[in-house]
Design a protein around this ligand. Structure first.
Ligand SMILES: [Zn+2]
Length: 57
């Protein structure tokens, strides 16, 4: 049987029959997703600032 640890909290995670895999629960899945989305927003903000600086000069 396949076993792995939750990427968010590091607890052993059930693989079979787990709709939130590879996470242990919905909470960890959402926590990791929001963390990932926050990083995406940061990258987009940096790109916008750079574009504004380039067109201004
Ligand atoms: Zn977890």
């Amino acid at each position: 049987m396949k076993r792995l640890n939750c990427p968010n909290c590091g607890k052993p995670t059930k693989w079979k029959g787990n709709p939130f895999r590879p996470f242990c629960s919905e909470k960890c899945k959402l926590a990791d997703l929001s963390k990932w989305l926050n990083e995406e927003y940061k990258v987009e903000e940096e790109i916008v600032v750079q574009e504004e600086t380039d067109s201004g000069s």
